[in-house]
Ligand binder design. Structure first.
Ligand code: IPE
Ligand code: IPE
Ligand code: MG
Length: 261
């Protein structure tokens, strides 16, 4: 009886996703600020790091749902350049959790998921840097969803690092000022080759960017929800995409109906 119920429930979930995806406009690139882990744990009188491990579970659920929905790119903010300022115990816990997650991210072979990392790796532990490179090279030929994890990432830091590369190239005589276009600059960012963000989702109730993908979010639609990240799953993801579906993306132009009026 119980088994039958479980099977029916799984079938219902699949239908929910498949049913709604017919009317949904699926963004090419969704970015997530996975916020609210600490508050989620606090509400349960548990340490903040417990919230982070529950957040890692949500990450896996969301990745699978994105793959089912046919999203091509998803970027997740895992650790910001500012997060080093948290208590050492929390930073150590986050780094350890990240290391463990790298092992389980290898599971995504049959889902055809490619993994990439953005952010400044030089401050990370050598073992971690090695594992990240291994995840990237092993999944490089996969053609399904591309999952991009932002670790020691800051939008301002990314831009400063790109400017440094520009200065180096100019200093060595490889480029002239007139060679620097938006496209050229973009190619020096960590996200080189990844399309701009269509939908930026932030959980946890705060309505800010917190230094996330400053350049790439230039024309993104923003979706903020109060759900704390460990409670965010397939249903909430579909709600965000439904909201995105209703948006009129004008990119500075006039919407077609208004232009006709
Ligand atoms: C986001 O959750 C995860 C990271 C920043 C690593 P928080 O830890 O910021 O959770 P709150 O905002 O304190 O609830
Ligand atoms: C943003 O969340 C960073 C990550 C989710 C990794 P924070 O919790 O660090 O952001 P602020 O401090 O509230 O702006
Ligand atoms: Mg937070």
């Amino acid at each position: 009886m119980m088994r039958l119920f479980v099977i029916i429930q799984i079938q219902k979930d699949v239908n929910d996703v498949a049913g709604s995806s017919a009317e949904l406009k699926i963004p090419t690139h969704i970015a997530f600020v996975m916020d609210g882990n600490g508050r989620w744990a606090k509400k349960r009188f548990m340490p903040r790091n417990y919230g982070h491990s529950e957040g890692a579970r949500s990450l896996k659920t969301v990745i699978r749902s994105l793959a089912e929905l046919g999203v091509k790119y998803a970027t997740f903010y895992a650790f910001s350049t500012e997060n080093w300022n948290r208590p050492q115990e929390e930073v150590d816990g986050l780094m350890q959790l990240f290391d463990e997650q790298l092992d389980s991210l290898k599971e995504y072979e049959k889902e055809n998921i490619r993994l990439l990392f953005i952010g400044d790796r030089t401050r990370l532990a050598p073992g971690l840097i090695e594992k990240m490179a291994e995840c990237e090279s092993k999944s490089a030929d996969r053609t399904g969803l591309t999952v991009i994890i932002a670790v020691n990432y800051g939008g301002q830091d990314e831009i400063v690092r790109a400017v440094r590369k520009v200065a180096e190239l100019a200093g060595e005589g490889y480029i002239k000022p007139q060679d620097i276009s938006g496209k050229f600059f973009e190619s020096l960012l960590d996200t080189n080759g990844i399309p701009p963000v269509d939908l930026m989702v932030r959980t946890g109730g705060e309505k800010r960017l917190s230094n996330f993908l400053i350049w790439q979010n230039a024309y993104a639609e923003f979706y903020f929800c109060d759900t704390l990240w460990p409670d965010f799953g397939k249903k909430e993801l579909i709600k965000a995409i439904e909201d995105y579906t209703s948006r009129d993306r004008r990119f500075g132009k006039v919407s077609v109906s208004k232009a006709d009026a």
